[in-house]
Write a protein that binds this ligand. Structure first.
Ligand code: AMP
Length: 416
């Protein structure tokens, strides 16, 4: 199948071919004609399937074919859960709109609003936004959503996970009720279905075919070891394999910081990316990683969601996620666009139940190996006892440091 046969205009075909795509991905084949028919769409697709183009291309065609309004009110809104994803979607909007008369801009929190407001004042057709900044500017009448014709909720499952349901409802309330709605989600929980029911009208359901799921293109392997040996094992794998671009996942922000520092010390350039980092630091870390300056990016699930790093050869799960779907998202960072990738999970005995959950979801057994010198010598009971002990110690040291800390402002008074 060709992009042309999907009914896309010359301007869009030119952009797609300039980008180097030869054929539409399955989600694009299914979604593009439906969006062009002006149907509401409920799409099941993860990052890596080409979902962004699946909604961006037809939206551009629809907006470009109508008559241009002089004031350029916002006519399409794409909501995303994270700033990084918003920026990436915007990059795609820019790429695909090159030969059209449409323009777009992106807004998200954590950075100055001034340039965003300036761009909005010039008039935009497509707005890519995270919910918080959008509501902020909308409530101050800087943005009007009164002319929205098409709404996209991208990665809707993650938006709900991040607690954006109330914000989404507020946004829906300030838009015209007659509009086209597209909901893209990697998973379909009860909550997603409920949300879909509240605002989609007779939606067409489309999904990326199972043959195309990233999990199947990725070579997955588990290395079992003791908890205390994980860092050493990760360092050895990266070092001896001479891996130059590795994305490592940890469960916590502290864990991400600790591991990136240890890797750095071992001579492997690494940076952590998570929700506590400023927007500037996150963008810089991602740029450094993409350019090859930083070999390892250590990320938490939320921070990594939607990162567009094409053809990533290696993903390591330093710790497994307790939600099996997150595992699929994580390994979806590798093996993109037909290239094969490798996803390695470093698993300690206390993570066995997560392995079982993942195997159940994927409906396959994951291959498991041990590297000499890294054999498992601890029992589950030992690990759990140690965890409990650490928790008590951590609590005690927190209490101690809180006692020591004078309450706010007292320092200044004492100095006087
Ligand atoms: P997405 O799922 O939208 O995050 O896209 C994942 C990656 O696939 C991005 O790097 C896109 O540029 C790329 N991509 C999207 N559509 C195609 C296509 N039809 N052929 C090849 N690559 C594509």
């Amino acid at each position: 199948m060709s992009f042309k046969s999907l009914g896309l205009s010359e301007a869009l075909l030119k952009a797609v071919s300039k980008k180097g795509y030869t054929a539409p991905s399955p989600i694009q084949q299914k979604a593009i004609p439906k969006v062009l028919e002006r149907k509401d769409v409920l799409a099941s697709a993860q990052t890596g399937t080409g979902k962004t183009a699946a909604f961006t291309l037809p939206i551009l065609q629809i907006l470009n074919s109508g008559h241009q309004l002089r004031k350029r009110p916002i006519r399409a809104l794409i909501l995303t859960p994270t700033r990084e994803l918003a920026a990436q979607v915007m990059d795609d909007v820019k790429t695909y709109s090159e030969f059209t008369n449409c323009n777009g801009t992106v807004i998200f929190g954590g950075v100055s609003e001034k340039p965003q407001i300036k761009a909005l004042r010039k008039g935009v057709d497509i707005l890519v936004a995270t919910p918080g900044r959008l509501l902020d500017l909308q409530s101050r009448n800087i943005i009007s959503l009164a002319n929205i014709e098409i709404l996209v909720l991208d990665e809707a499952d993650r938006m709900l996970d991040m607690g954006f349901l109330r914000d989404i409802k507020k946004i829906l309330a300030v838009m015209p009720s007659k509009r086209q709605n597209l909901l893209f989600s990697a998973t379909f929980s009860k909550d997603i279905k409920k949300l879909a029911n509240t605002f989609l009208h007779h939606p067409v359901m489309v999904e990326a075919t199972p043959e195309n799921t990233t999990a199947e293109k990725v070579n997955q392997l588990i290395y079992r070891t003791n908890k205390s040996k994980k860092t050493k094992l990760v360092t050895k794998l990266i070092d001896e394999g001479d891996w130059q671009q590795v994305l490592v996942f940890t469960r916590t922000k502290h864990g991400a910081n600790r591991l990136s520092q240890k890797l750095d010390k071992a001579g492997i350039t690494a940076l952590a990316i998570h929700g506590n980092k400023s927007q500037g630091a996150r963008t810089k870390a991602l740029a450094g990683f993409k350019s090859g300056k930083t070999r390892v990016l250590v990320a938490t699930d939320i921070a990594a969601r939607g990162l567009d790093i094409p053809l990533l050869p290696h993903v390591i799960n330093y710790e497994l996620p307790n939600v099996p779907e997150d595992y699929v998202h994580r390994i979806g960072r590798t093996g993109r666009a037909g290239a094969s990738g490798q996803a390695i999970s470093i698993v300690s005995v206390d993570e066995d139940e997560y392995v079982r959950g993942i195997e159940k979801l994927l409906d396959e057994r994951l291959e498991s190996e041990t590297i000499p010198g890294f054999e498992v010598t601890e029992t589950l009971k030992e690990v759990l006892d140690k965890k409990a002990e650490n928790k008590v110690k951590h609590r005690a040291s927190r209490k101690q440091s809180q006692k020591k800390k004078p309450f706010k402002g007292s320092n200044r008074r004492r100095k006087k």
